[in-house]
Design a protein around this ligand. Sequence first.
Ligand code: CO
Length: 203
Amino acid sequence: MSSLLDIVQVGDPVLRQRARPLAPADLHRADLVRLIDDMQATMRAAPGVGLAAPQVGHSLQLVVIEDPPSLQARLTPAQLAERQRRPIDLHVLVNPTLTLLGGAGADDVFEAFEGCLSLQGLVMGVTRSLQVRVEALDQHGAEVVLEASGWYARILQHEVDHLHGVLCCDRMDPRTLTTVAQHERLWKLASPAEMRRALETPR
Ligand code: CO
């Protein structure tokens, strides 16, 4: 039986620390196996598409990711296409190193509304690279190399940031910060750029 863990909220020092790498041998320890299982259950219950160990109070280089079709059903096909969002199976990444592919040109990055389980009730426009490569270990200690694009690349950047003490609010355009409720009410169909334009201060 897995248990649901408390998700740490912004302001807790653990979210700002550099997480400690795990030795492959650690991954066989019962407490680590249990932690991974509990993190998966906690991510699904939240629900979220990723969860990093610091978010449950463990300063370890460990993340779980899953973007199931059930969460994508909330978006229109047009929104899914625009975000390049496709279902991602459950997986675990240990000690990930992330490389941004492409440059900083308009075709290499995209801005979208993003939230975080540790910034409860908030969403914000964040610009991320469209393509990344990640080298990591899986939960059994096997080396994995993956290249990702679109929304999956965004999830990976967000989660690996957590392991370096970086939160998405550090990368947001502050003018696009809003609550989930306001986003639902006013900006659900808007891009962050459209929101920015709509909120321009009259001169
Ligand atoms: Co987060």
